[in-house]
Design a binder for this molecule. Structure first.
Ligand code: ATP
Length: 248
């Protein structure tokens, strides 16, 4: 049986009287892509924030790579193996692609702010950055300024920066947002290649991409899971048809 990398059980997040995430359980296996879909306001971003530690849950628990990480802060959760891409906000536009990825790799080292660093650390950081750039398909853009590359390449850069932290789980929030057809096809191919070494939890509105990529889907509406299963099971689910998917 495949290894479970991430397992969230009965997660609830309340904002005052609103249960933005209501008793949600999801799990993620290595070498799988698990997509979380649902209409606007379903609670997908809130769920993502609970998994990354950006928000504490009101109740429920999260296991990551064999460790209960419930209530841990984002940095500690990152060190335990979860890489979250933050849409563009982490990219330094006046820096090169390489510098951005190297900084992300460096942020993962213990004592990142220390002025004194051993030579071995530098080698390890550079190796991780080089590998992340290779994996994300940005080798030929590594000396370009981040502000001068295309929108699609910037989204690849976000993924490279996430990979540079050495995650086992990738938590990706709308990696295809704002992309044209060719860029989206490239990103779909990239995500499929990354599944070889990672588990990927994907929040995405592009249903064609989701149904191409996902091994498993969880459908949320109004904070609750209304269905979970394979793409074929989700397509055939009457509740999902009625609530969300329509013609898909
Ligand atoms: N910090 C907050 N305080 C109060 N309410 C919030 C907060 N964050 C989210 N909500 C509410 O929780 C519900 C779920 O929002 P969330 O952003 O998680 O949905 P979503 O599925 O990610 O939507 P979208 O697809 O539009 O990004 C919404 O009703 C939203 O208004």
């Amino acid at each position: 049986m495949s290894e479970i990398l991430l397992s969230a059980k009965n997660l609830t997040k309340r904002f005052g009287g609103l249960a933005a995430v209501n008793d949600v359980s999801v799990d993620l296996q290595r070498n799988h892509i698990h997509a979380v879909i649902g209409p606007n306001g379903a609670g997908k971003s809130t769920l993502t924030n609970l998994l990354s530690g950006d928000l504490p849950p009101t109740s429920g628990s999260v296991q990551l790579v064999g460790q209960d990480v419930t209530g841990w802060n984002p940095e500690k959760i990152s060190r335990q193996g979860l890489g979250r891409s933050y849409q563009k906000t982490n990219i330094f536009l006046p820096f090169t692609v390489w510098d951005n990825v190297r900084l992300a790799a460096q942020s993962r080292q213990p004592h990142a702010a220390r002025w004194f660093r051993r030579a071995n650390d530098f080698v390890a950081i550079n190796d991780r950055a080089t590998r992340a750039i290779e994996l994300s398909g940005l080798e030929n853009r590594k000396n370009a300024m981040a502000g001068a590359i295309s929108h699609g390449e910037q989204r690849q850069l976000e993924i490279a920066m996430t990979l540079a932290t050495g995650p086992q789980v990738l938590l990706l929030d709308e990696p295809l947002a704002g992309m044209g057809v060719a860029e989206a096809e490239r990103m779909v191919a990239l995500l499929l290649s990354l599944k070889k070494d990672h588990g990927i939890l994907l929040v995405e509105h592009d249903m064609d991409a989701v149904f191409t990529l996902a091994d498993k889907l969880t459908v949320m509406v109004d904070g609750k899971v209304i269905a979970s299963g394979t793409p074929a099971q989700i397509r055939a689910d009457a509740d999902v048809q009625a609530a969300y998917l329509g013609e898909h």
